[in-house]
Ligand binder design. Structure first.
Ligand SMILES: [Zn+2]
Ligand SMILES: [Zn+2]
Length: 360
């Protein structure tokens, strides 16, 4: 028989679990840092790829035409400002001419002629007015010309941009291809670190199921498994991930089921002993649960639940006796071969001399 292991107080057990969880979290962090470092490996450079596919003279021309368009726009707005100034001054002149003509009309009515200075002002204003009108027309013509040039340049720019966009398409395709490759490479690197770790952790967890350090291995295994599933989820489309996850879960569930079924079919000896011990404590046959009616309990009736309420009356110490379950025929109390007293047949040690009996 193995000696029973001390379980420790509730507090120590709780602390051990808490520390195991903390250890799992720390391992998870550590793996996270490792994965981040792997991810920092550089990927493809889009600008480099674009240079290979897109004609650089086209790009230069695009920049030139764009510059010309900007320049034409600036010129156009400066002409427009000039035109505004010219318009204002011609309005002023118009007003002056109007006043002078009014003066002339009045003087004709009153039969007096305008002074020489006034006549000179009038003819000067008229000349200036005509000049400003002319300047205005010239400005209009220039602005029309600028607009036409700008439109032409814009059309040219559109054509160049179209050609650049056409040649950019294969560049983008190549970039996407390289980027996908890069992602797969990163996933491979990360899994190359994680999967061996996961396998080792799983092996340790399975091998050390009964070890006192089981919690340590469980924390390592849990943290690694969680990280692996995160990495797989990040790199593989969820369509595939779904299947991977389901298959992994299925494997775990089947493993647990097999374990439980085997436990029932081939019970482990310590579980069996525990079950026997509890049955003996309740004075029930460990095999069929029929009451063990010996000594003062001979004429009582009880079940697993009522055993502690049904107490035998009187305290007449009864002679220990050998006993076989009348229901299933299992031997429950027998003579000890060492001390010749009566002992439990299904427990490991004789209660009188402690002689050990191998349990099959
Ligand atoms: Zn029985
Ligand atoms: Zn004995």
């Amino acid at each position: 028989m193995k000696t029973a292991r001390s379980k420790g107080t509730w507090g120590t057990r709780f602390l051990i679990r808490l520390l195991a969880v903390a250890m799992g979290v720390l391992i998870f962090w550590l793996l996270g840092f490792l994965m981040r470092d792997i991810k920092s490996i550089g990927g493809p450079d889009y600008d480099e790829i674009e240079k290979k596919y897109v004609d650089q003279t086209l790009v230069d021309r695009q920049q030139g035409v764009q510059g010309r368009i900007d320049e034409l726009g600036r010129e156009f707005s400066s002409k427009r400002q000039q035109q505004q100034l010219v318009g204002e001054s011609s309005q002023n002149l118009q007003r002056t001419i109007g006043q002078l003509l009014e003066l002339k009309r009045l003087s004709i009515e009153k039969n007096v002629s305008l002074t020489e200075a006034e006549e000179r002002d009038l003819s000067l204003s008229l000349t200036q007015f005509l000049e400003s009108q002319k300047a205005n027309q010239e400005l209009n013509a220039t602005m029309a010309d600028l607009t036409r040039q700008k439109l032409q340049s814009e059309e040219e720019l559109l054509r160049i941009e179209q050609r650049i966009a056409d040649s950019r398409e294969p560049a983008e395709e190549e970039y996407n291809r390289l980027e996908e490759l890069h992602r797969l490479r990163l996933a491979a690197y990360q899994l190359a670190v994680l999967v061996p770790l996961l396998l080792a952790a799983t092996y340790l967890v399975i091998r050390n199921r009964a070890s006192i350090y089981f919690m340590l291995f469980l924390a390592l295994g849990g943290a690694t498994l969680f990280k692996v599933s995160l990495v797989v989820h990040e790199y593989f489309p969820s369509r595939y991930f779904k299947y991977i996850l389901i298959l992994a879960l299925l494997a775990v569930v089947v493993r647990c089921l097999v374990y439980l079924i085997r436990l029932v079919a081939f019970p482990r000896i310590d579980w069996l002993v525990k079950q026997y011990r509890e049955a003996y404590e309740r004075f029930l046959c460990p095999v069929c649960e029929y009451p063990i009616r010996i000594g003062p309990r001979r004429f009582l009736y009880w079940t697993r639940r009522t055993v502690h309420k049904v107490l035998p009356r009187g305290d007449s110490p009864s002679e220990a006796e050998q006993y076989t379950c009348p229901s299933c025929g299992t031997r429950l109390f027998e003579e000890c071969p060492e001390c010749r007293k009566v002992r439990h047949s299904l427990l490991g040690h004789c209660m009188h001399c402690g002689a050990e009996k191998p349990l099959a």
